[in-house]
Design a protein around this ligand. Sequence first.
Ligand SMILES: Nc1ncnc2c1ncn2[C@@H]1O[C@H](COP(=O)(O)OP(=O)(O)OP(=O)(O)O)[C@@H](O)[C@H]1O
Length: 373
Amino acid sequence: MPKITLSHLTKRYSPKAAAAVDNITFTVEDGSFTCILGPSGCGKSTILRMIAGLETLSEGEIDVDGRVLDSVTKGIFVPPEKRGIGLVFQSYALWPHMTVAQNIEFGLKIQKMPAAQRKARVAQMVATLRIEGLEDRYPAQLSGGQQQRVALARTLAVTPGILLLDEPLSNLDAALRLTMRAELSRLHREFGTTIVFVTHDQWEAMTLATHIAVMSKGALQQYAPASQIYEAPANRFVADFIGNPPINMLPAASHVARSFARAAGLDAPAHELGLRPEGITLGLSESAGAVTAIIESILPTGGSWLVELTCADDAGPIRLVQSTQTPPRWRVGQAVYVSALAEAMHLFSDTGARIASGVSRSPDHSRSSAGVI
Ligand SMILES: Nc1ncnc2c1ncn2[C@@H]1O[C@H](COP(=O)(O)OP(=O)(O)OP(=O)(O)O)[C@@H](O)[C@H]1O
């Protein structure tokens, strides 16, 4: 399956405007499921539209398996229909005057596939996307989720090597999103297509993606395998954007941060210490590196709890949020000892770069107690 290389990709919608996409370079691996993730307006859709050929580049180059599709300096532009790329956007844009079967068949007719083969292919796609019985309906007679499936069936019918999806699940309710996520995963496994998926939903990205490109304000913050994005965020933005509830950020010079860092063997000079909410443990007895705190609130979130704490510190109170799956045995106002797992901690410089991370001290780790991961 194809590999997509984006080199120094830049898009300015007008000469005076800030770049919507600013000098982005990364390679979407062959057969990967890559998510472009970031807040609204960070340039995700613009990247996807440039790959599709629906938007011109201001600078840079896009190639697929070494074939240049778009290059400003080389003066190359391959039109969208010649790129071999399938697209599914937020609005499904099914042909309203065609039935489901006709919608799926449309691209095959354009490809001039013989009628018998087309019929077999439509039947195969209907079965794969589990939309049997809907073949003769018009789009207006379908639910949002059914339209979504037809849009996917129509796109996959022509077996594109590359599939671009722009928030294709955003119009669906929570239950249907979950089902469709599982189906997208299954389709990726079955077809082996290289998928690039745009979302602002970190959970969607973490559950689906093999690789994630995190964007902010037009700039690429990190491109890495999904697990690394969480465990080894490149910088403060990524650490803060990924994780729900968000990572706690403490001034590194505070007494609380210094106690936690010292206990984890993290002694690099830093500006801030990030501590994941699930890496906080609470107890009634003192232990190395533990600090005292008062329980401010306990919020059940369905199967897990958020515990808000305040630690007294020389520079003023420090608020921490713990996330736990064990029912808390504390009451609001109670004093507790707070300690932090080494692997839940990251140190950041004043420019926001990650300097170091704690490393697990569990007995099966023979590594040193701290270091950069
Ligand atoms: N056709 C356009 N003309 C001018 N500016 C545009 C155009 N399309 C997008 N922009 C601007 O470019 C920036 C990036 O937009 P883009 O749609 O790529 O972001 P996004 O991350 O996909 O956002 P969202 O998640 O809200 O869809 C935004 O500031 C947007 O206002």
